[in-house]
Design a protein around this ligand. Structure first.
Ligand SMILES: NC(=O)C1=CN([C@@H]2O[C@H](COP(=O)(O)OP(=O)(O)OC[C@H]3O[C@@H](n4cnc5c(N)ncnc54)[C@H](O)[C@@H]3O)[C@@H](O)[C@H]2O)[C@@H](O)CC1
Ligand SMILES: [K+]
Length: 485
């Protein structure tokens, strides 16, 4: 947005005009959502977020509403457009520390927006808590104050907004947690920056929607013969822990892999055979048996990790698979905690590896990134993808998917109940199925995460991983014009 603003100014667009449009949009939203408000309380910081709030206050007052304005500091410190707004609106104001939150108030939050750079002060934090305790509705301008727009993290304390009005495009903090929840209902308002300027800076960072991967889906032919829809291999651990890999294999079949074979130690085969019908089984007990297996180049995608145990064997098998498409999950990731570099070195060249860590597993492969609190989830996933030459699916309610050349997607369709035992095994199987069908790794991963979220919503609250398996649905094949950008 900084670059967009700069180009808008260069092209002759008045930045004060943008501020006026922003402030009027906020006022319109306030009147539309809270026509019954006793008074609108506009809290103004000294930056442009406060300038937006001043314009909103003047517009609300002009429409006949009762308005109170509280300023966070000496108005002589306003500069630039905010100073211009302050001069233009001539509206009574009081210091912020005199505000007593009162039932009936609707709070217009213009304390901090994109310029938040440190934790909010204890006084402001106390005010935020009082407003929250009284459950006063808060309309946040651009971002709920206290939320870092870059990371979605809270710096000190934040408002819980009922509505957030932002401008031109969403920022990472609107999608990453906890920012996404703190925004309440998000409105994105066009304040008049030409689309050509916004799209010229379209980041490689997007929400994970069908627009990102539908072209890769279109090349798949669901009617194709099973031998043309790929052959997915899922490794099983010992019999007692084979349930996780069975979940992955079953998900792989449901997600469209033409053939799925589970590879397992001989002792586990009776257990697997008792549970599986459409999935084939093959014993592999030694490294030699594995090298025999991988001579068959029709086996085009592998999932290793769910319930695998055996870290030594995991490392040797992964080394033998380093020229293939591999989804490495769970125990497969943990197996490399002492030497992640070995894993990364094995998968140099064209991207073939998809890693699916939750935060704990991530910290085993990338301890320095996990410990660095200055990094956002997007930064961590991006650097990890570069370092490992893998597509990273950094899981959570706000899963972030990144690839080595810098594309990043934030997923936002997962219901909270998707965080359940076996859910990650299902996801690994779906990714494996997409790889087996020939999707490129980033598209395979993003579409799998999205499909997993859809299945979670379909399965509903209280679902088990078995319900989730049955809720896997075909991927949409929509033209890009219908897909949300
Ligand atoms: N194109 C756009 O996106 C537009 C953005 N506008 C607004 O401009 C805002 C950004 O304005 P600014 O860059 O002036 O930033 P902010 O208004 O968010 O605030 C920055 C000010 O607060 C101070 N500050 C930061 N953290 C603090 C803390 N914890 N405690 C006390 N002071 C703190 C900073 O030193 C700076 O003076 C956006 O959020 C948006 O509301 C609008 O005016 C319209 C155009
Ligand atoms: K704000």
């Amino acid at each position: 947005m900084v670059k967009v603003d700069r180009d808008a100014a260069v092209s002759g667009i008045s930045s004060f005009g943008l501020m006026r449009a922003a402030g009027h949009a906020v006022a319109a939203s306030a009147l539309r959502h809270y026509p019954e408000a006793t008074r609108f309380v506009c809290l103004c910081g000294l930056g442009n977020n406060g300038g937006d709030a001043l314009i909103a206050a003047a517009a609300l007052a002009g429409s006949g509403a009762r308005v109170a304005v509280y300023l966070m500091g000496d108005p002589a410190r306003f500069t630039g457009d905010a100073a211009r707004a302050f001069a233009a609106v001539s509206i009574p104001h009081q210091p912020l520390d005199t505000y007593v939150p009162t039932i009936g108030d609707v709070v217009i939050d213009g304390l901090f927006g994109a310029g938040l750079s440190r934790a909010v002060s204890s006084d402001v934090a106390a005010l935020m808590r009082t407003v929250t305790d009284l459950t006063l509705p808060v309309i946040a301008i651009d971002l709920p104050s206290g939320v870092d727009g870059r990371s979605g993290q809270v710096l000190g304390e934040s408002f819980q907004a009922a509505q957030t009005v932002t401008f031109m495009t969403r920022k990472p903090g609107h999608l990453l947690l906890p920012g996404r929840t703190l925004c309440g209902v998000l409105q994105v308002i066009n304040i008049g920056i030409p689309a050509r300027i916004v799209t010229s800076h379209r980041a490689s960072l997007v929400e994970n929607t069908a627009a990102l991967w539908h072209k890769a889906v279109q090349v798949l032919d669901p009617a194709a013969h099973k031998y043309r829809r790929g052959h997915l291999i899922v490794f099983s651990g010992a019999a007692p822990s084979s349930g996780a890999a069975r979940m992955s294999a079953t998900a792989g079949l449901s997600a469209g892999a033409g053939l799925v074979t589970m590879v397992a130690p001989t002792e586990a085969l009776p257990t697997l055979a008792a549970h599986l019908t459409a999935i084939m089984l093959r014993p592999v007990d030694t490294d030699e048996m594995l090298s025999d297996l991988v001579k068959d180049t029709r086996l085009n995608a592998f999932v290793l990790g769910p319930g695998f145990g055996a870290p030594d064997r995991a490392r040797r098998y992964v080394a033998a698979l380093s020229d293939r498409s591999l989804v490495l999950d769970a125990d497969g990731i943990t197996a490399f905690r002492d030497d992640p570099q070995f894993l990364f070195a094995a998968f140099r060249g064209p991207v073939r590896l998809v890693l699916t860590p939750h935060d704990g597993e991530f910290s085993r492969l990338f301890p320095d990134l996990a410990a660095d609190t200055a990094l956002s989830k997007i930064d961590r996933a991006t650097i990890a993808a570069e370092r490992s030459n893998a597509v990273i699916i950094l899981k959570g309610s706000d899963t972030v998917i990144s690839e080595p050349n810098g594309r990043v997607a934030i997923n936002a369709n997962a219901p909270p109940w998707l965080a359940t035992a076996g859910s990650g095994d299902v996801l690994a199987g779906i990714v494996g199925a997409h790889l087996a069908q020939g999707m490129p790794p980033f598209e395979a991963a993003t579409s799998a995460v999205w499909r997993h979220g859809v299945a979670g919503n379909k399965a509903g609250e209280g679902m088990t991983a078995e319900n989730l398996l049955r809720a896997i649905r075909p991927l949409p094949r929509m033209p890009s014009s219908l897909a949300r950008p």
